[in-house]
Design a protein around this ligand. Structure first.
Ligand SMILES: Nc1ncnc2c1ncn2[C@@H]1O[C@H](COP(=O)(O)OP(=O)(O)OP(=O)(O)O)[C@@H](O)[C@H]1O
Ligand SMILES: [Mg+2]
Length: 306
């Protein structure tokens, strides 16, 4: 009889202990959960140990979300670090050029011709700095969404002709012919920001000259697509771009051949600007290229219907 009582007490003690342990466990998990997500109200409805499984899976989810957030922050930090490194690198060359000439001039140069030459080089260095800062300023405006577009109706054929005229001297210096694929006798009215589209065409055509071959050809064609869209193609028979570079080509500061592009004075900002302008118009830009055969950049625009 005594034995039965003893076991009954033991069982009761076990039940009481396990219940209080369960309550203790639930309250600790609640505390932990609240410390991790103070704003949650869901935790107040949790009372039983079975719910701990749900809490565990919620915590696991939270953990993987946090890990993802950390990964993103790390990537952003790498991106920022790379950007500052690139910027410092780009500014260093013209700054040192300017500094070098100014110091030499300060020391005193007697020959007037040499003074003039050094001043010209100094001015070139300053121009280069202004050019980089202006490009970066424009990219930053697009990235922060404050660059506005001044859309109106204009003839795209005329704008291409303007750009050809503006770059004629440079093209003949590089011995490259700028031409349309056929005669465009009619106007093609599009609805877009004229100055910005002129900038896109200029950047793409200058690239075709910089990375073109002597006695090469840069050909512009305009294709009318369905749904009021047109596609403007700028094709060259220059050096081309290896496939591995294509996915990163439109990133700021990205250059294929760093050393050679430097001789050409490129910073790798031109295509980043082109992409921003086209995307701000809700249009698309494409690139196709083959090494030693040539490249073709194309972008869409919307025809003006009025
Ligand atoms: N038509 C092309 N043919 C061959 N390579 C090209 C062509 N266009 C661009 N590239 C490659 O893509 C890179 C990025 O072009 P992007 O216009 O952004 O920079 P950049 O010409 O070097 O400098 P920037 O335009 O800022 O003066 C170039 O450095 C070049 O290697
Ligand atoms: Mg360029």
């Amino acid at each position: 009889m005594l034995c039965v009582e003893f076991f009954a007490i033991l069982f009761l003690a076990y039940v009481i202990l396990s219940l209080s342990f369960e309550r203790f466990l639930v309250s600790r998990v609640k505390e932990l959960y609240k410390s991790l997500i103070p704003t949650t109200s869901y935790i107040n409805s949790i009372n039983q140990a079975e719910d701990i499984d749900i809490l565990t899976s919620n915590l696991q989810k939270l953990n993987s979300e946090k890990n993802l957030e950390i990964e993103l922050l790390k990537k952003e930090q790498d991106y920022r670090r790379e950007f500052i490194g690139n910027l410092a690198h780009e500014l260093k060359t013209p700054l040192f050029t300017v500094q070098g000439y100014v110091l030499t001039l300060q020391d005193g140069v007697k020959d007037k011709k040499v003074v003039k030459k050094y001043l010209k080089q100094t001015s070139k260095g300053v121009d280069r700095l202004i050019y980089i800062i202006k490009d970066l300023d424009l990219i930053t405006k697009f990235e922060s969404g404050i660059a506005s577009l001044d859309r109106k109706s204009f003839d795209i054929v005329e704008v291409v002709r303007n750009v050809f005229e503006l770059l004629e001297m440079r093209a003949s210096k590089d011995k490259i012919v700028l031409k349309f694929d056929k005669e465009y006798s009619k106007q093609l009215m599009v609805f877009a920001d004229k100055d910005r589209i002129q900038q896109v065409l200029t950047n793409l055509i200058i690239n075709s000259l910089k990375y073109g071959t002597e006695r090469g050809v840069t050909e512009v064609s305009i294709e009318i697509l369905k749904e009021n869209k047109i596609l403007i193609r700028i094709a060259d028979n220059g050096e081309g771009i290896d496939e591995q570079h294509l996915p990163r080509l439109f990133e700021r500061f990205y250059r294929v051949d760093k050393t050679r592009s430097r001789n050409q004075g490129g910073s790798g900002l031109g295509l980043a600007i082109v992409k921003h302008i086209i995307e701000a118009h809700d249009e698309k830009i494409f690139v196709e290229s083959k090494v030693r055969i040539g490249s073709e950049f194309s972008f869409s625009l919307t025809l003006n219907q009025d």
